[in-house]
Design a protein around this ligand. Sequence first.
Ligand code: ZN
Ligand code: ZN
Length: 243
Amino acid sequence: MEKKMVNSVTQNIAHRVIDYLAPQFCIYCDQQSHSPEAVCEVCQDALRVNDQACPQCALPGMDGRLCPNCLKAEPALKTVTAAFEYDPAIAYLMHRWKYLKNRNLSRTAAKLMLNSEICIKNVDIVLATPLHWRRKLRRGFNQSEDLLSSLSRLYPPLQPTPKKRALLKRCIATKTQAHASRRERLSNLQGAFTVVGNVHGCSVAVIDDVCTTSATGNAMARVLLDAGASEVHLYCLARTPSP
Ligand SMILES: [Zn+2]
Ligand SMILES: [Zn+2]
């Protein structure tokens, strides 16, 4: 007990010193966040939590009921969990993270996901959504891999399975799916992913930054299930509402 108290006092002092020497500012309000995160508590509370989503695919604004697509046919993904609705606030964070290459924001994104109290299942294999090597080379990093690394540092049960991060590969550099029709999305994704290891009988969690449509997630889930995975879940920071 005493040791715990000493640790917490030491941590408190360390935070204050870091706060003084290298203050962190909130990306939204420019105020000091008084934490290692780039989003202060007030701005964090203003983000739109995705708590009225379709329980299957996390489509926002469904009052907790299945959306028309999930009612029509059961998707390959067992569940999709998205912490927030994708709105201009999340778009701003994503822009700074992905396109302005502020990679420290992966920790903030991970912390936001965990603070939203999403429920992460115990699974056998944890993977990040792969980027095609050409896109990764152009951007310099895969934000989903960064998100998974940050999540596993903050939430130790979610460890990427060693040597298995490359279990799933993206073999075709698909175009961005955001403005494609459903038919275009499905044909863009044909043969886009391949499994390059043994997933037989394993439950799998895939970590992604934003789920725009669940087409990409379902394409990954399909190849993993075809390779023998028992179930596939997708966890992401945010999910876009239906257009
Ligand atoms: Zn703020
Ligand atoms: Zn749905």
